[in-house]
Design a protein around this ligand. Structure first.
Ligand code: SF4
Length: 357
């Protein structure tokens, strides 16, 4: 069967648009001192870095094309760059030619997808973030102990589909605090909650409180499911938002953690907050009367896109940039096991890492 790449339902922004746009923001005076507060940590997390490097290594090792099921990470720029290097993004493994290499994205896959890839004779490379795999393992364990799992997360998100697919008979998805008031369970004494890794910490805790009000014996996960990167980026933007007239979050529309950063910024005092994929999406009117612009980026965003935003803001008179750092990050994950040896059988240097803290 011939393979066809299926366009994914995300906005496509050709590289040429950015080069040709050449629209500069105007430096319009405001009453106070114009400045940027740049949140840190921001941008790439350990799981995204590993997944992107995995595709690059697979292309080096096996040659183009390498197939990737779903977007490797939820960022249009990253996907476009990898496509240019020879990656083909598909929706499902049945679009991949038998015997080809396919990379599973950082968001993880259900066992049914692993089985489908195996049935087709594909060479699968699993770039699921280890922190997502941790939640999968929790789901398997609680299902084995016959718990009903209330999975807090967004229905339809790939990560939620993958985690729920580990134990479909045991998982009920809870999309919001409001759904906590209506969800039904068969045995309130044997219920546990787990969550998607990229949610708002505050909203998830509200959902849990409302669940616990109805099910007092609700079990907690053994450790945080919302990952360190999501939490750190939210803490940093909370600190920036209280002093910002405007917050700009760099990240794609289908990036859960980026969208959450906009919500958190608004909740914590930013007068306005917008998400952009690229600097040329910043509108002049957003800057009307703005003294302080907060800037951050989601966990799947390369730093070059933040630099482009800072350059655009500098054109508009916001050249004074202060970084507001609330945590240090030095976590690294080793490459997927399928890529840990190079062609000569040597361990790949990137594969020797493992957790560094
Ligand atoms: S956001 Fe968190 S769970 Fe997702 S890839 Fe990054 S570290 Fe892993």
């Amino acid at each position: 069967m011939t393979s066809t790449a299926v366009p994914l339902p995300v906005p496509r922004v050709p590289r040429s648009r950015r080069a040709e746009a050449n629209v500069r923001l105007q430096d319009i005076p405001v009453d106070g001192h114009k400045r940027v507060l740049l949140a840190a940590p921001r941008g790439y997390c350990a799981g995204v870095d590993r997944a992107v490097v995995a595709v690059e290594k697979a292309l080096e090792r096996f040659g183009a094309p390498v197939y990737v099921r779903k977007q490797i990470v939820h960022n249009i720029h990253v996907v476009t760059e990898l496509e240019a290097k020879g990656a083909i993004f598909v929706d499902e493994v049945d679009e991949v030619p038998a015997g080809a290499h396919v990379v599973f994205s950082a968001h993880g896959v259900s066992p049914a997808v692993v089985d489908a890839a195996s049935d087709r004779g594909l060479n699968a490379i699993d770039a699921t973030c280890p922190l997502v795999t941790k939640v999968h393992r929790e789901a398997v364990r609680f299902a084995r102990d016959d718990y009903e799992i209330l999975l807090i997360g967004h229905e339809g998100h790939e990560e939620v589909e993958g985690t729920a697919g580990e134990a479909p008979e045991h998982v009920t998805i809870v999309n919001s605090p409001a759904e906590a008031d209506t969800v039904e369970v068969r045995d309130p004494s044997k219920v546990v909650w787990l969550s998607q890794t990229t949610l708002s910490v505050d909203e998830t805790m509200q959902t849990v409180e409302r669940l616990r009000a109805r099910f007092p014996e609700l079990h907690d996960p053994p450790s945080d499911d919302i990952c360190y990167a999501t939490q750190n980026r939210q803490v940093a933007i909370k600190k920036v938002a209280k002093d910002a007239d405007l917050v700009i979050v760099v990240g794609s529309a289908n990036s859960s953690n980026s969208v959450r950063l906009v919500e958190v910024a608004l909740e914590y005092g930013a007068a306005a907050a917008y998400r952009v994929d690229y600097a040329d999406e910043i509108r002049q009117e957003w800057l009307d009367g703005v003294e302080t612009v907060g800037v951050t980026s989601g966990a799947s965003v390369p730093e070059v896109l933040v630099h482009e935003v800072l350059a655009a803001l500098a054109d508009a008179g916001y050249g004074d940039v202060d970084e507001v750092r609330t945590a240090e990050e030095d976590l690294m994950f080793s490459l997927p096991k399928e890529l840990r040896q190079d062609a000569s059988g040597q361990r790949d240097a990137r594969g020797l890492g493992g957790r560094s803290r």
